[in-house]
Structures are given as C-alpha cells and as structure tokens.
Design a protein around this ligand. Structure first.
Ligand code: GTP
Ligand code: MG
Length: 195
C-alpha cells in the first residue's frame, strides 16, 4: 500500500463520544510499553506520528490515524501499567472496553505481545475476549530485534501454547527497528480494506 496521507483524530477520556466513522478500523491493543505506537509509526513509515516513550503509559487517549481515506489504525492506551493510580487504570480499561464493544467499524484487532515474555493474565484475557467478541485475534510478537533470529520460532510456538491459540492463529514477529513483519501486517490491512 502506498501511503498518501495520514490524519490524526484523538478521542480523550471515557465520556467522549467515539467518532462515527464510515471507514473500516483496525485496532492495536496490548500492555503498556509493548510497542503499539512504535508499530503504528513503522507501518506509516513515519518516525514520530504516534508519540512513543520508554516510560509505560505514554498513550492515554484513543488515537485514530486515518490513512488515505481508506482505513483507520486505532492506537489504544496500554493496559496493565502498574505505576498509575487504580482510578486511572480503571478509566483506561473502561476506555479500551468501550471502544472495543461499541465501535461499529472495527474489523480486526491486533494483540501485541513482547516476543521475549510469556503472556500474562491480562494478555490471555484480552486474547480470549477478542475472540469472544467475534474478531479474529491476530497476534503481533513485538521487539523481535531483541532476540536472536534462531530463537524466534520457539518463542512464537511457546506464545501460541500459553494462549491456547488455535493452530491457524496468525502470529507475526515484528520489529519497529528492522521493520521485520511490516509487509505481513499491511497485507492483513489490505484484506480488511478490500472486504
Ligand atoms: P503505551 O503508549 O504506554 O501503551 O506504550 P506503547 O505500547 O505505545 O509502546 P511505545 O511504542 O511507546 O514503545 C515503548 C518503548 O519500546 C519505546 O522505548 C520504544 O522505543 C521501544 N520499542 C518499541 N518497539 C520496539 C522494537 O520493535 N524494538 C525495540 N528494540 N524497541 C522497541
Ligand atoms: Mg502508545
């Protein structure tokens, strides 16, 4: 896909109305710091559209990136970030939940998991929930540059086991640094656009 334009629309807080979009949306969910915003930048071939940070909890709003007037990439706040107050955690959780439950144009949910770590309880819950809601869960194993290439297949297999994922669950190893996996993600997004 050739990216001609990217427009950002932000939705802040659980009380804000979600935009009534006509275009399909794909959402990126995952723990704080897993690399959601970095992935969106890498997808768009831009360095810093989506704000990233080594401090977890950077993205605190729902950010809609409208690409070519064809599709929205939706950058969600991270879940499970320990160092915020319980109120804040609940507010973000509600914001994510409200989005996933009410968005009418949502076509696919990408769940990002750090390739180095075993999925935790929150990750497993999110994985199950995506499927329960009727979406195909597509897993992206982020920060693939942090491990040896030879270790990647084993990590993916372990992730699949831990998630109790079906054999046909798609898991894409990805690195925002090397851009490994970017084409695979774009292929899936192209399928969403064509459907
Ligand atoms: P929240 O907005 O807090 O939920 O985090 P996020 O999931 O958007 O993570 P973000 O993209 O801000 O990245 C978190 C940190 O991980 C930053 O320091 C990034 O530079 C780093 N990072 C993200 N992706 C990669 C990657 O593929 N490889 C490496 N080595 N570092 C990465
Ligand atoms: Mg972010």
């Amino acid at each position: 896909m050739v990216i001609r334009s990217v427009e950002l629309e932000t939705v802040a807080g659980v009380t804000s109305a979600l935009p009534k979009n006509q275009l399909p949306e794909v959402a990126f969910a995952g723990r704080s710091n897993v690399g959601k915003s970095s992935l969106i930048n890498a997808l768009m071939n831009r360095k810093s559209y989506a704000r990233t940070s080594s401090q977890p909890g950077k993205t605190q709003t729902i950010n809609y990136y409208r690409i070519n007037d064809q599709i929205y990439c939706v950058d969600l706040p991270g879940y499970g970030f320990a160092r915020v107050s319980r109120e804040e955690k609940e507010a973000w959780g509600k914001m994510i939940e409200k989005y996933l439950v009410t968005s009418e144009q949502l076509a696919a949910v990408f769940l990002l998991l750090d390739i180095r770590h075993r999925p935790n309880a929150n990750d497993k819950q999110m994985f199950d929930w995506i499927q329960y809601m009727g979406y195909q869960a597509i897993v992206i194993a982020t920060k693939a540059d942090k491990i040896k290439r030879s270790q990647i297949p084993g990590q993916l297999r372990q992730m699949k086991e831990e998630l109790k994922a079906d054999e046909d669950t798609i898991i894409i190893p990805f690195s925002a640094l090397t851009k490994q996996g970017r084409e695979d993600i774009w292929d899936l997004m192209d399928q969403v656009i064509e459907n």
